[in-house]
Structure formats: structure tokens, C-alpha cells
Design a protein. Structure first.
Length: 151
């Protein structure tokens, strides 16, 4: 598995309840751009429309050597999952506060996959707590490292 792009902002803004793996329906020149790592998942999300799961607002740079086959960089892309999994996601999204966010795009062999998560938005105070905890952990690791170095 080769990770192409991760959505770091999603981990900051949401708490993940459950993760899923989905295929993605791409055009040939988009696959080449993905293989070159020219993908950005920031501010992207997934939604269900007409019984299909769609990835919205994900940026895949148009392929440099592509001409007429290039498509819109921020077009809606269909995510491929079993129907029963999609219906389960729809049921959870109807609950208060849940949304579907993409976490990363990666390659499995020759296939492009997207890891999506059922996520609940964090409140501002939760974000502050997470940042404070991360800073405290970082400081403790520095102190331990300094203590080990001083020996």
C-alpha cells in the first residue's frame, strides 16, 4: 500500500467513529496524476446522492501531458462501495452531527483506493484540548530525551 495523500485537517476537525475503504471511479489521466501524487483532499467530503456515494471538492491536478482527455480538477467522483455499506452510512449520517470525510488516497497494487470515515465534528474546546495534549506529550518526549542525553 502506497499512501498518495492524507487529509490532516480532517483529523483536527473531526473525531473518527468508523473507517471504510472505497474504490474511486477515475478517468485515465486522473489516475496518472494520482500516481504522481498531485492530489489534495483538504476541504473535501463525501455525500450520498441517488443511492451513490460521491466524493466532492477533492482536487486532482490535470495531467500535464493530457489534452482533450483532461477533466475538471474538482469534479464529483463516484466512490465504489457495496450498496448495503452505503445504506448503513446513510443511516448514520442522518443521525445528528455525523458526516463522511475522506482521510487518505492510496494505491493497492494498480487500484486507487480512498479511506473514508464516519466522523463527528469537534467543538472548538475539543480542538483546544487536543492541541494542548499534543503539546504536553511533545514536551514530555523532549524532557525524556534531554534526560537520556545528559547521562
Amino acid at each position: 500500500m502506497k499512501v498518495i495523500s492524507t487529509n490532516k485537517k480532517a483529523y483536527h476537525d473531526f473525531t473518527m467513529a468508523e473507517t471504510f475503504e472505497a474504490g474511486i471511479n477515475l478517468v485515465g489521466c486522473e489516475v496518472k496524476s494520482v500516481r504522481h501524487g498531485e492530489v489534495n483532499l483538504k476541504d473535501s467530503y463525501a455525500t450520498v446522492a441517488g443511492g451513490q456515494l460521491l466524493l466532492k471538492n477533492a482536487y486532482i491536478k490535470p495531467y500535464d501531458k493530457g489534452s482533450f482527455s483532461n477533466v475538471e480538477p474538482r469534479r464529483d467522483r463516484r466512490l465504489l462501495m457495496h450498496k448495503n455499506e452505503i445504506m448503513r452510512l446513510v443511516g448514520k449520517v442522518k443521525e445528528k452531527g455525523y458526516s463522511i470525510v475522506p482521510l487518505k488516497i492510496y494505491l493497492v497494487g494498480s487500484l486507487v483506493k480512498v479511506e473514508i470515515a464516519l466522523a463527528k465534528g469537534k467543538k472548538l474546546y475539543d480542538k483546544r484540548d487536543a492541541i494542548a495534549k499534543k503539546d504536553l506529550d511533545r514536551q514530555q518526549r523532549r524532557d525524556v530525551h534531554e534526560a537520556m542525553k545528559g547521562r
